[in-house]
Design a protein around this ligand. Sequence first.
Ligand SMILES: NC(=O)c1ccc[n+]([C@@H]2O[C@H](COP(=O)([O-])OP(=O)(O)OC[C@H]3O[C@@H](n4cnc5c(N)ncnc54)[C@H](OP(=O)(O)O)[C@@H]3O)[C@@H](O)[C@H]2O)c1
Length: 391
Amino acid sequence: MSGADGPRRLVILGSTGSIGLSALEVVRRYRDRFEVVALGARANADMLAAQAVEFHAGYAALADRDAARRLRAAVPGVEVLDGPEGLEALAAIEADVVLCAMVGAAGLQPVLRAIDAGNALALANKEPVVMAGRLIMERAARRGVRVLPVDSEHNAIFQCIQGHPKEGVRCIHLTASGGPFYGRPRAALREVTPEQAARHPTWNMGAKISVDSATLMNKGLEIIEAMWLFDMPARKIEVVIHPQSVVHGLVEFNDGHILAHLGVTDMKSPILFALTYPERVASPMDRLNLAALSELSFAAPDFEAFPCLAYARQAAAAGGTAPAILNAANEEAVTAFCAHRIPFLSISDVVGEVFDTCAPGPDRDLESVLAADAAARQCARIAVETISMRV
Ligand SMILES: NC(=O)c1ccc[n+]([C@@H]2O[C@H](COP(=O)([O-])OP(=O)(O)OC[C@H]3O[C@@H](n4cnc5c(N)ncnc54)[C@H](OP(=O)(O)O)[C@@H]3O)[C@@H](O)[C@H]2O)c1
């Protein structure tokens, strides 16, 4: 292991996405602290080639095999792997930190492989934790692997909760900007396009998480993510709308004290924290200008206008494979919405229908989780088909 006495060796999965690009920007600013050993993505061969050359990565992988062939031809000095198993192999390379910044369920196997290999995880990819939080956290604990949250809210909670016994925590408050449609009644969201849904007021993110933020499913997924990362029951995790996105998370203790985390709305900040933990590295990012903050407001979420949040709460309370079912239904519905196949409001209809149809079972092993995921996707595709024929 290097780390303390040399540069930290990084594997970045999803390096061509929003989080991946921010992570590489962090690496650019701290060249002497990091060594990029491997980079992976889905199909963006051109960008991955440029990254592999710039950061001298020894290994690269693309899930799409044709794209991997093109990458191989473009960077002959780099060992290029392909397919989902190529990404898994990258996760298992000996490294100090694996940053998982892929989107969706595809990150699950790489996350598990990284843990099995004993690599510390910086986790942006929330869907695997939603699907299989128990398996991931139990496996990480057994293997003694550190799981550091990159998601800004969870990174904030992680910082606030350090050094405090869990028993003293009354609840965790996750803040939500409210997304681009905050304050609008459900009826006003009928004609929303994928382009409008992707226009987040405070964060610049990938397509899927932007749509999830617009439906508030993102906050629902984050409730489940927080349950596992902080070993808290769902009833101890609250959501509060905070449109300015300055307070990223709060921890309330039994004696009424609340610790809040404030920071800039720049994902490079939690990424830097996770990649350099436990150091506190001088940040080149803009500082939060407290004197210029005119307002910090908080409000309760509207569960009626945003039913996805209510479904996520139900899934969190039900436990077992219910969160995996929720996640699969949502992934399918968001893909269909982004392809203009179903309207915005139908995303929650699909999730609700799958939720009513697929009965959850125990999440005792990976096979149970994957079976629940596959059944829910099948059911969601039927629901999408039915809706798309109607509209
Ligand atoms: N963006 C944020 O600010 C933010 C904040 C908190 C948490 N997160 C979480 O971080 C994750 C990434 O979000 P993002 O906004 O960075 O997404 P994004 O911009 O869409 O990027 C996704 C990345 O994953 C890769 N990818 C997609 N499917 C893949 C597959 N099947 N196999 C391998 N790689 C695959 C993409 O490669 P290609 O480019 O080749 O398609 C891309 O590199 C999500 O789980 C999200 O919820 C994001």
